[in-house]
Design a protein around this ligand. Structure first.
Ligand code: GLA
Length: 729
């Protein structure tokens, strides 16, 4: 609910359990007053305090009053170049070379329903569950306008933000920094949590106390990156999983980003989130507009798990679209680690036959089926079937696989081109390259200039033809290198700072076209695993391959970090062969299955190499996953331990929203001789209800939560246990 009090120009945005408030001051500045637990009403304007602070200048409109400074006031969308020295939110270069913008309130509208953004992903909601506030700010000198969008998705505790910049003046203006979100909190003694890592080790959480100055994570790779996720958290220093307040903020975008928090001289904090300003420069001719992507926030006073539950619901119900958003996802077998580039129809059929016996529902043919793609040096861009490997094209193979009772899916990497390809020979200027400078290679490939509509449309037309040639029900959309040599042959020199963003818009446009033309195809995103794992992609692909690392023990760390924001239903996770390809570690098939069940669940191995007993076990595990499907995919997810902290095991829990069932999964670390008794403590059960644990006599929920479940001594390293809790009364 969005409330507006005209007499004191106060806006209050209420979600189910949080409130967000700001006001327009007499000079037209938007001053932030509160973000925290929901309040029944009232004004927090009394929190805005003023003092004469040395070296904090005063707007001219204040006359000679020295106590009001943009440098010290908490603001919603601060101006730059006119007296606020904290981390900037909007930076412009005006036609006269000046770098100032002074945005003042003009008007606002409140409407029901949630705004959408043209060409950009955004959360959505039922008309009755959401409201939009649009505030127009204007610079009185240049005529530059910023339209701030606030969305409130009440049931999800979500506040969304986006900004449209309009050049309403009569001269061009260049935007050099446009953040989507600014949050000026009144306290600075906070912890920042970011989710960082590397290829095959994504989204490991890092928590630190804010120090004075700016702390920042960003990506300049053209995609969200393996190195830093565009979801971050701020929390009270004493906050944990079940207590203390925290807030999470995510950028609904898949390109370069910057997330920064500044602890200021007066111990307040400014958080900003948006497109990275690195190499960013977007020119607006008079009348032109630029829309910055959406950023979303969820506040919880009940610790991290409260925030996580709401993010998970919002991503599942208010971001993932299309028929697959809520449809039962198939248990798939992907051929990558089973065959790499070395396959043909016959081999795939043998794998399919074997997979069918174990209960797998979908065979995914990964990289290597097109052009001259026999290794990772060539073929990208040539999206036609390699008939030496697959005689007669896709149709006969897919038909035969379907006959075995399996659906069929395939891998694509549309944004890339190999120099050794027909596409590159015909259109060398379609790759991002700097004329006269040898192009930097990544995985031996170049990046196509998706900022050009004709480029992605050409690639799409080829892919569409292939997809239309057979019964394809799944596509894995990959992206296997970072962007370099970013120069578009189609744009003049002064517009090259737009290419990174226009590239992302091109990717989104193709994804949108894909979804329209193939609504029945399940799309899975991928970027060398989890290099583009973000809310932007999830608007188009309801699941994303979480990491190229399939080692069960490493996955515990990756999936733990991923779970803070992203639900199990979007995290691609597979059982692979041992010794593991990435780590060389050996873990049991049951352990690998238990870990993959904290994701979409599938296989990434050659079933022919398994023993009969292992295949039987695989069948049992697939059956078990099917039986637990709703609990796993739609249950409220709780992290029961922190796998980065020392301890004998890692555990997590999924609980049916009505408390009728729960699944507790435990994976032990390295065995120790004569070790202490271990106990896992479930959460989130109904205290008065009776639960049976794995079929044993029923016990009260509160007894289980406070007394815990004793873990049997199983012996050996990396052992998994699952406890199914079923309500009996
Ligand atoms: C990336 C993906 C893998 C696989 C290969 C194929 O690394 O993350 O899963 O598809 O590409 O080349």
């Amino acid at each position: 609910m969005i409330g507006y009090q005209a007499e004191n120009h106060l806006f209050t945005l209420h979600t189910r359990s949080s409130s967000y408030q700001f006001m327009v001051d007499p000079s037209g500045y938007l001053l932030h007053t509160y973000y925290g637990p929901r309040v029944g009403g009232g004004s927090f304007a009394y929190r805005l305090r003023q003092a004469d602070r040395g070296f904090s200048p005063n707007p001219n409109s204040e006359g000679h009053t020295r106590t009001f400074s943009l440098d010290t006031q908490p603001q919603e969308y601060p101006s730059s170049g006119v007296g606020d020295f904290r981390i900037p939110v909007l930076e412009v270069e005006n036609a006269d070379g000046s770098r100032a913008a002074d945005l003042r309130y003009q008007s606002h509208v409140i409407r029901s329903g949630k705004y959408a953004l043209p060409g950009l992903p955004a959360f959505f909601a039922q008309e009755e569950d959401a409201q939009t506030l649009e505030i127009t700010l204007e610079d009185p000198v240049t005529g530059l306008r910023a339209v701030l969008y606030y969305g409130v998705i009440e049931s999800r505790d979500m506040i969304t933000r986006a900004v449209r910049i309009e050049n309403a003046g009569d001269k061009p203006v260049a935007l050099t920094r446009v953040m989507s979100l600014c949050l000026d909190l009144h306290q600075g003694d906070l912890d920042l949590i970011t989710f960082d890592g590397r290829h095959t080790g994504e989204r490991h959480p890092h928590r630190r106390r804010l120090a004075p100055g700016i702390q920042m994570v960003s990506s300049t790779r053209g995609a969200t990156s393996h190195q830093h996720n565009n979801f971050i958290m701020l929390c009270a220093p004493d906050a944990g999983e079940t207590h203390g307040w925290c807030l999470g903020a995510a950028l609904v975008y898949s390109g370069n980003f910057e997330a920064a928090v500044e602890r200021t001289q007066f111990d307040t904090a400014r958080m900003t989130l948006g497109i990275s300003p690195w190499q960013f420069r977007f020119t607006l001719a008079p009348g032109e507009t630029f829309t910055a992507p959406e950023a979303v926030m969820i506040f919880s006073r009940e610790g991290f798990s409260g925030m996580t539950h709401q993010f998970h619901r919002a991503i599942r119900d208010n971001l993932c679209r299309g028929e697959w958003a809520h449809r039962r996802r198939p248990v798939l077998l992907n051929t990558w680690e089973a065959a790499y580039f070395d396959f043909n129809s016959e081999k795939l059929l043998e794998i399919a036959r074997c997979a069918a016996e174990t209960g797998v529902e979908l065979l995914v043919m990964d990289d290597g089926w097109f052009g001259t793609r026999n290794d990772d040096r060539g073929g990208l861009g040539d999206w036609f079937v390699n008939e030496q490997k697959l005689p007669g094209g896709l149709a006969p193979l897919v038909h035969a696989v379907n006959e075995l009772g399996l659906d069929f899916g395939l891998w694509i990497e549309p944004e890339m081109v190999s120099e050794d390809s027909r596409l590159f020979a015909e259109h060398p200027d379609w790759a991002l390259r700097i004329p006269g400078r040898p192009a930097t290679r990544g995985r031996s490939q170049l990046v196509l200039d998706f900022s050009r509509t004709e480029v992605w449309q050409y690639v799409y037309a080829q892919i569409k033809k292939v997809l239309s040639s057979a019964n394809i029900t799944y596509v894995k959309w990959d992206m296997n290198r970072s962007l370099t040599d970013v120069l578009s042959a189609a744009l003049p020199a002064e517009r090259q700072g737009e290419v990174y963003h226009r590239f992302v818009l091109g990717v989104y446009a193709m994804l949108e076209q894909f979804r329209k033309d193939f609504p029945h195809i399940l799309l899975e995103g991928c970027c060398g695993g989890g290099g583009r794992f973000d809310c932007g992609m999830l608007y188009y692909t309801p699941q994303i391959w979480a990491s190229d690392n399939t080692d069960a023990m490493d996955r515990l760390l990756i999936q733990y970090g991923t779970s803070f924001c992203y639900p199990v239903s979007v995290a691609g996770s597979h059982v692979s062969a041992v010794p593991n390809e990435q780590t060389g570690r050996v873990t049991g098939l049951d352990t690998r299955a238990a870990v993959a069940m904290a994701g979409t669940f599938g296989y990434e191995l050659d079933p022919r190499s398994l023993s009969v007993a292992e295949r039987q076990q695989m069948r049992l595990e697939i059956d078990r996953f099917r039986h637990l499907y709703d609990l796993i995919q739609y249950g409220d997810y709780d992290r029961l331990t922190d796998p980065f902290a020392p301890g004998p095991f890692t555990a997590w829990q999924q609980t049916a929203p009505d408390g009728s069932a729960a699944l507790v999964t435990v994976v032990t670390g390295m065995a120790r001789s004569n070790d202490a008794f271990a106990t896992v403590y479930p959460r989130n059960l109904l205290p008065d209800a009776l639960y049976s644990v794995n079929g044993a006599d029923a016990v009260r929920g509160d007894v289980l939560m406070y007394g815990g479940i004793p873990l049997p001594h199983v012996g050996g390293d990396y052992r998994a246990m699952q406890f199914e809790l079923t309500r009996k009364g």
